[in-house]
Design a protein around this ligand. Structure first.
Ligand code: TPP
Ligand code: MG
Length: 328
């Protein structure tokens, strides 16, 4: 199917977001090398930026996203403040979770980013709950949930797909098939090598897309989100992409063939799109340099903000862990 034309300002926005996300995560790689700077495990989505940006750009402000352990791109694309995000990643009190959630359990309610979870397969059932609330309260909103190829083999994901279809929930399932789940390939853990086919089993549209092509992702997302919003029920996108880093930053990818990484490096979603916009005259060299400089400055400002922030005081350990129901 031919792509719907995308206005030049939207094309530039898609690229600018991918550049910001790439620079943000490259900075984390850099900070990981400084002893004691970043607590916990850092899990990055370098190479997967087009999925986050293409899907989120097709959502409306009152839509909800739910994500997993590889979430920085989803949150930045959704408009999370890089200062508060970096501060949380550093475990600082000015972070989105007051320094108590860290990088793996983020939540940014101001931009309707409900939650991220490192429990593999935990997102889709939560997202089904959010979509149920949207349907029940007739908000007109849609929920988009990001999960991995590994998660696609979890029972919780199948249950969420079944109920979402049965109840015609406005829920977009986005499987980021990045060719690895920890140190396992999909051929070692998944009964099908075409996860989009799972849509058929649950009576919903299921489509695979080149997850390293931001315009393809955006175009498909617009059509699938329109389907979900129209009351016809959920839809499934399988975005085929690649995890360019190890599972976490301490993983040296000893189990990965170097030629595989080289193959996917040539398909880098950011470099590809930069080249496309440049050769199509949508952006000039000068504008590109400005975009790069702005992204670097934004990330440096986020790091400076986070670094000057304090760690949460020990006496705050038990605050923010419980909230009373509104009408109790
Ligand atoms: C229920 C559960 N099982 C196992 C793990 C350990 N674990 C963390 S991430 C991961 C791999 C997930 O792979 P995938 O869903 O493809 O996401 P990706 O890491 O590739 O983005 C595993 C097995 C976990 N966190 N939760
Ligand atoms: Mg994976």
């Amino acid at each position: 199917m031919a792509l719907q034309p995308i206005p030049a300002d939207m094309q530039q926005h898609l690229l600018a977001q991918m550049v910001l996300i790439r620079r943000f995560e490259e900075k984390i790689i850099n900070l990981c090398q400084k002893e004691g700077c970043l607590p916990g495990m850092q899990i990055l989505a370098v190479g997967q930026e087009a999925v986050a940006v293409g899907i989120v750009a097709a959502l409306e402000p009152n839509d909800i996203i739910v994500s997993n352990h590889r979430s920085h791109g989803h949150l930045l694309a959704r408009g999370a403040n890089p200062d508060a995000l970096m501060a949380e990643i550093m475990g600082k009190v000015s972070g989105v979770g007051h320094g108590k959630a860290g990088t793996l359990h983020l939540s940014v309610p101001e931009v309707n980013a409900l939650m991220t979870s490192t429990v593999v397969g935990a997102g889709p059932p939560m997202a089904a709950g959010a979509a149920f609330a949207q349907q029940y309260c007739a908000t007109g909103g849609v929920t988009a949930v990001f999960f991995g190829d590994g998660a696609a083999a979890e029972g919780s994901v199948h249950e969420a797909m079944n109920l979402a279809s049965l109840w015609k929930l406005p829920l977009l399932f986005v499987c980021e098939n990045n060719c690895w789940a920890g140190a396992q390939k999909p051929s070692q853990h998944c009964s099908t090598q075409d996860i989009s086919k799972r849509g058929e089993a649950y009576d919903m549209p299921g489509v695979r897309v080149d997850g390293n092509d931001v315009e393809q992702v955006y175009d498909l997302a617009r059509r699938m989100i329109a389907h979900c919003r129209s009351g016809q029920g959920p839809a499934l996108i399988e975005a085929k992409t690649y995890r360019m880093r190890g599972h976490g930053e301490k993983d040296r990818q000893h189990y990965v063939d170097k030629s595989e990484i080289e193959y996917w490096a040539k398909l880098c979603p950011v470099a590809r799109y930069r080249q496309k916009l440049l050769s199509g005259g949508v952006i000039s060299e000068t504008q590109l340099l400005k975009m790069e400089r702005q992204a670097i400055e934004r990330v440096e400002a986020a790091v400076a903000f986070a670094e000057k922030s304090a760690y949460p005081p020990p006496e705050s350990a038990l605050s923010d862990v419980w909230t009373a129901p509104e009408n109790a």
